[in-house]
Design a protein. Sequence first.
Length: 677
Amino acid sequence: MGNTFELAFLLKAARNVARSFPAGGRVARELSDWAEGLYPDFTWDSQKDRLPHAGVAPQRWRQLQDSLSASIKALGSVRPDAFERNVLTLSAHLRLSTVETQIFALAVRSFRYGPLISLSNILTEDAGLPTEEAVRHLTGLSLSAVLRAFRPSSRLMITGLLARERRPFHGLGLQLTSRLLPSLEPPLRDLEDILAKLLAPVAPAAVEWDDFAHLGAQGDFALKLLDGAMRRLEPGINILLHGAPGTGKTEFCKVLAHRLGARLHAVGEADADGDEPSRIDRIQQLRLGQRLLASQGRSLVLFDEMEDLFPGLFSRFGMPRQHLGSKVHLNRLLEGNPVPTLWTTNDIDFCDPAFLRRMTFTLELRTPTPEIRARVWSRLARQQRIPLPPEACTKLAHEIEFPPALVSSALRAARIAKAGPAGLDLAVDALARAVRGGRSTPPRTSNAHEFDPANARADHDLPRLAERLATTRSEVAVSLCLIGAPGTGKSAFARHLASRMNLPVLERRASDLLDKYVGGSERNIAAAFAEARDTGAFLIFDEADSLIGSRADATRSWEISQVNEMLIWMESHPLPFACTTNLPDRLDPAALRRFSLRITFLPLDAGQRQAAFRRCFGQDPTPGLARLDLLTPGDFAVVQRRVAVLGLSDPREIVAELEREQAAKPNARTAIGFRVA
């Protein structure tokens, strides 16, 4: 048996039931059996007390009622126990009425107190009464008062304290969020204790506001929106943050709250035992968290993995998806939340459009720029106590487009394994393959100093063009088609231009954008242009012939729609961008017309080849270099690495290796006669 207050609570509920039913019914019979557990000396003669229709003798029924009343009187005035005081504290905070408080107290105690559970089962299971009738008999309240308390618009239901079970198995047919009971159990003594137990704590952010500078005006707008909403107590404010896993959605929520001086509370992440909560449990935690924080000053609610709560109407593959629960109910949940709520999802395509329309603002979190990634690499390396010099951080940031969370995982693995730089490279490569579905990530090179105008040749004056764009960058939304054989410096020149124009670089290969699902490539193309626009970046498309190939040669509808998507964005993009290609003949004519400039990069001339030879190999070339008229800067870089591996130093051998590179080109001419090295 529980404490004195709990016993008094139980006896009063039993007496209310006894007064509500006649002796000649099943409730009387079951209640008499139940009472034997309270009063061991309360026995009966089966022949005299048991009635044919399952009731009990009137004398016995009166005896039971008198025993319950006498026991209550004997207890006298009982002070509320600690659990009851917490119930009253929470009820007062949520402004429940007296009737709602009584029902709430009954509901929570029926989940923790065995005798009260079995007493409730007499009414709902044995007698088959609905929840409202059972509550009425247990509390002694009028049926009309109970019905009002269970209306969807009542505070008892709006707050998420209680929910109705669709298929009740036992008890009153009510459901509590799993975190509610532990939050009311002693020794918790005040509202702060209750709130701390109910709402999951959010760890401090591992990043800083400046780490999200790549979000640009959108990040600032989210900050201003939340600040205004909290100051004006605006209801129905919802911000959706979406992006690939590891891009920092949750961390951004943390730094937002910190910058706003607000408390961030996560809801719906786990049940009371730390296990996965059900969908209903997540909804109840959300509703309850909203109401609990409504009067707690500057507060924000965080709800991670929104797609779990709001399944979309259709899946990515066009197959219908079953809806759980009421869409109208969830719509109202979004429209009336009193505390600004931050929602996160990895894939916005799986969210129902009806819910997306109710978002006040949506913000896509993308992989940060190389400069920001280098700063994050450096800070995370210090946190993991891994010696990573600044130049290594810069190199990694330019070569690997990893979001911060994946960087942290790789550094942590390297620290635990004590494997040094080699272990870090291994961990990074393993994560890269996992993110790309088992495919390794080709390294990116984006250092602007790699381009040397003296080591490039084109049909335009490249230094003059770079100077012109550097001085008029705010006035010219230039689009460039850079054409030429591999290694002629097309991509390096585009990065050089971006550096001269003081713009960050956003580089995308065709392999990054092409998607195996219909519509996926178009979505990725649009996302690339949008990211460049939002971040003020110079956009570079490598292998552009795969993106804007001639529609006349298309055999599938998606090939045409893909080119159309590129053309639409090329026409309207407000910032500089460049496309590189080795195969200009394959480009769609309409795409070619949309470029401001078409620049063809050519092989090095004789003087440039000699200068490149001296720069790469530290000596003068042999005369045989003069006839190798198809060499590019990339060819010299390849042979330079090969010479280092083979240990070659004779200029004739080096020229021979360069000749191999030229001979491998598809348009190389076959030499006739004797060769002079």
